[in-house]
Every structure is written in C-alpha cells, then in structure tokens.
Design a binder for this molecule. Sequence first.
Ligand SMILES: *Cc1c(COP(=O)(O)O)cnc(C)c1O
Length: 425
Amino acid sequence: MCPVSHGLLDVQYAWDKLPVPSSLREFEQRWGSRREPLDFSGVWRFRELLPFAPPEQIVTIGEGQTILQQSDHVGRYVGVNDGCLHLQYEGLNPSGSFKDNGMTAASTHARMVGAKLAACASTGNTSASLAIYAGVSQQFRCIVFVGSGKIAYGKLSQALDYGATTLQIEGDFDDALMQVRAVCEQAGIYLCNSVNPFRLEGQKTIMYRVLEGLGWEVPDWIVVPGGNLGNSSAFGKAFLELKHLGLIDRLPRLAVINAAGANTLYELYEQQGLRWNDGHPEQSLIDTFYADMQAKNRRANTLASAIEINRPVNLTKCLRALDACDGVVREVSDEEILDGKAQVGAGGFGCEPASGASVAGAKLLRQQGVIAPSDRVVCILTGHQLKDPTATVNYHTQGGCRAANAPIVVPNDFEQIMEIIRQFG
Ligand SMILES: *Cc1c(COP(=O)(O)O)cnc(C)c1O
C-alpha cells in the first residue's frame, strides 16, 4: 500500500512477480466456467488484475454482470455518428449501482482483516451496496450514515431492507462523511467509503468489461459522472496499469461530469487550473477553495443526489487519472442531466439521475467540438432506473420538460378511452 497524496492510499502491486495473462482475451475464456463463483463475477473474473485477495477469502455475489449497449438513439442526441455511442449499464449490478464492483473488493478486504463491523457515509448507493454485502457475507455487520432529506427512497429502502443499522445525520453527505471517518478511526470500525483503496481496485473492472464489450478495443472517450471521484480515479488506474502491463497500447480520454450544483472538480480543474503536477497538486488552491466554500456556507445542491458532493475525497487521485487520460471536466445543469436521463430511458434500460450527467456531458463536449462525431464514446451509467422514481415521475409530469412523457388522464369511460387510442392509430 502506497501513499498517493493528502492521506489517500493506493494499492500497488509488484507486477513483475505476479502471473498476468499475456492478452486480455484470456479473460474471456472464463465465460466457459461460469459455475465457478469467481469466474461468474464480473469483478473477480479479472482477479489477476487486482491480485490482493486469497481466493478463499473473496466475498462475491455475482456482481458485474453488466451490459455495454450500442445506442444510436442516445448517439444522435449526443451528436455522434451511428455506431459510435455506447452505454455501460452499471445499474444492472445486484444492488442496482456500480458500487457493488468496489464493495465486493472492500468486503473481501474487511474479511481478510477480520472486521466485525463496517461503516460508510452515503448519498444512498454506497449504503445499499454495503448493506447487501454485509447481509450475504455473514462475516460483519454494518452501520450506514446518510444525510437528511435528500436520499432517494429506492436507496434508503434498500439499506433498511437489507438490515443495515442506519444513522440519519442531521446534515448533508459531506457532514455524514466527516462524522463516519472520525467514528471509524475512534472505534476501530472498517471504513467502506471510497477513501478505502480496495473499493477502487474493484471498480477498475468496469473498464475491463467496457474493453471486453468493444472486442478489447480502446474507445476514444470514457464519460463518467463525478461525485466523490472514486470511479474516475479507478478508471485512470485501470488504464495506467493495463498500459504498464502491455495489455493495451493507448489510453482513452476521460471526461468527468459534475452537476453544476456540486462542481468542485470543475471549478478547480477547469477554472483554476489545478493539475496532478507529478504528484504535487497545488494544495493552496484546494485549501482556498474549501475555505471560501465554508465562509459562504455553500452546500452542494442537485437533483442528481448521488453526485451531490462538495468535498470529493478522491480529488487528488482523480487529478492523476485526468493527467494520464488527457482528461476534461465539465459541469451540466439539472435540466440537462434529466434530459439526458430521459433519452437513456427512451432508448434502453434507463438510469438514475446522476448517470444522466454522462450523456449530458458527452452532448456538451460534442457541441464544443471536443468530442468529434466519429469518436467512439462510452458513457458510464452508474445507477439503476428504479433508484429514484420521485425524480423520474416529477420530470415526466411537471410541464415543460424536453422529453416529458406524462400519463394521460382519462375518465373511466370506454368511448373516451377509445378516442385517445385512435389518435395513436
Ligand atoms: C456513487 C455514485 C456516483 C458518483 O461516483 P464517484 O465514484 O463517487 O464519483 C455517480 N452515480 C451514482 C449512481 C452513484 O451511486
């Protein structure tokens, strides 16, 4: 384990002493032995690329059975050529978000160190994921810290249903995270937020599956919503390692998309020029930004609750990923996010609001000419459509939304119903 910067740790491997396949295609052969739990898992199928766990300790529930869909419908909305846009549906994981990729790894590590109690702060999906793994592991129990008011009901219902002890803090996510970090340190509880470097090891596999879905070809762009920046950090690490191992010959570009109401990364990276700078990002820029935020009591505010975060814990790791992948950061409005989400819903399996940021961000980058019409783009859809039905129903029923699809109210009368049906004749 190696320090990255600012208290963040990184899992580093002595690759030259480890068995690594000579080609990524070798991982595909594991589809043939899917009855083996480790080969069935879309995370542990790639275990040689996250070789920190003895196989018998691995906690897996078949996570990572996700789909890469070519979507010309969304592609046209974004403005790229047919065949160029792909959606990676991480909402198809057991708890309905990409978090399971990381939580299987963190749970495995928790088991390796004999943890009896694990905890996390969450905008909803991390708690749902930890709760499901704690439940099935029968190794440890969990306590989840959530903020008040904003958590989507789909997510809260999961934590409660899966039996997690749930602490609802009178504050927002940033407050909940600050508290859980202090509590875990004091009480010796295993911390499962994405400061936990093992989570990021699991999340690397999202990129392996994207490559697999593209026949092991590297796309031009990976577009991902940015909250605590664990995903973007993990993606950068995944590609750096694959390049180091000679398993890919180039890195894709990375676009991290903030909600305009929670745009710390956008402000620091694009407006103030904060960079990785060979592992020495200018800390004073970060400190000044947060001090100003504190002074103005500025709170994150977006309907995309999964990315409603003002103090992203993986900020500096994300800078490393942006540096490696010639990255860009953009901010998009809630309206753009929900419009993007509606396009995904109309052309595929749907997603939760935060995931719509990647489609909105790709569209913006295309408009700005940063993404070319012929570029191959993969938008990561981080959470399931059913996570936040309130946001979805509000979008479709309150007038004026771009792709609104409101229910048609009709009297309980055959003739009047038929009159409407005929219009669709
Ligand atoms: C956690 C989460 C995010 C943010 O991911 P980070 O790794 O924290 O940047 C985005 N979308 C959904 C649905 C999430 O659950």
